[in-house]
Design a protein around this ligand. Sequence first.
Ligand code: TYD
Ligand code: MG
Length: 451
Amino acid sequence: MSKTKTTFVCQSCGTQSPKWIGKCNSCGEWNTYIEEILTERKSGSTLQVKGNLKPQLLSEINLNQQSRIVTGNVEFDRVIGGGLVPGGLILLGGEPGIGKSTLVLQIALQLPQLRVLYISGEESLQQLKMRANRLNGKTSPCLFLCETSLENILLHLESEKPDLVIIDSIQTVATELAESSPGSVTQIRECTVAIMKVAKSNQIAVILIGHINKEGSLAGPKVLEHIVDTVLQFEGDRNYLYRILRSVKNRFGSTSELGIFEMRQDGLHEVNNPSEMLLSSHNDGLSGTATAATMEGMRSFLIEVQSLVSSAAYGNPQRSSTGFDLRRMNMLLAVLEKRAGFKLMTKDVFLNIAGGLRVDDPAMDLAVIAAILSSNFDVAIDKQIAFAGEVGLTGEIRPVNRIEQRIAEAQKLGFKEIYLSKYIKGVDFSRFDIKIHQIERVEKMIRTLFS
Ligand code: TYD
Ligand code: MG
């Protein structure tokens, strides 16, 4: 009797090892090795050459079949580069409860002109129907199926030949060919590759939903990301309503696009003008807030930075930041101390970005400094002032990218003044109808703002 052979596979990067090891030598992750059963390859089989595809010139390749399927969900279409590509695989990842199933179901229900197959391994048909009712979905001819066996899914794909298939989630799909448990790297890889082959040969667009693990990366991550054409990430703070859809990899478009949604009682709503919801209008005249003209991907919007500076009651002052990198905030505090002489080491400093968003745009620096000092002096900053500039370690204010787009957005939203770096080159400011302060150093901005 032959013994079943097993091997240990890193669940993070897919590296194999004959024995269990604590730290993966390949990706450096800890405790990621899990024992999986090896599938026997037929012995004695030799490499066989199949098919008679001939290499082609670019000019001979027919593009017609590549025309995109526009889903009608403007934010989603923009992030994926203008619509679904037949034969293209999209992987949609995100934390549990963020709204992945809701997003794909909404898309599935608004495509009456297409054959859509929604395969769920996580929810029953009744649950899907309840969700669809909640979304007020138009009655569309989308087909639903609860299935986790890869073999059966492939049969359905071959027989139904849908234009779009949605699989929620890839971690629940398993094949009999691999004996390891569903959700393991081997299973995920085998299943995705098999689905991809059928999808590419039948020109089916595929959306796979993928779970992310506790560190925030996709489970079985790198392995999957290499196979699929597009990797989308759906993120946001579950305590807030806003959700951001980002593309991390896209063979059919740019990765700098961004979609913003709001989760409401009846599903996800597209947010076409994010600035309006990120600027709170009710704290006029209060100290500790400043508005940054920031960019996420290719979109500019204005966002409020809030800060609270108070005397530290005990020894070590507290530093806390939500939505902005804490180390960067500490760096900015050090710059304020060293270059502008503010003794903030005896103060607690709290920082918050409105709306539960996480922003890492260096242009936030100026607004962060302004908010902190506004709270420190207890002097409110005029609501009609916006900021966009990076602060260097020496205290100089540095220019940031896409400055014209930022100014235009501030102007559009009715801001009257904007603080920028003095070192911006090649921009014609005369076309803007907004007062522009071009400042070279932090100290100077503080004098202009608070004197
Ligand atoms: P879901 O799509 O199930 O998340 P995922 O598939 O990423 O795990 O979304 C679940 C959350 O969304 C749930 O907490 C309830 C909320 N929700 C709404 O607020 N409104 C809605 O219309 C729907 C369908 C869900
Ligand atoms: Mg789900």
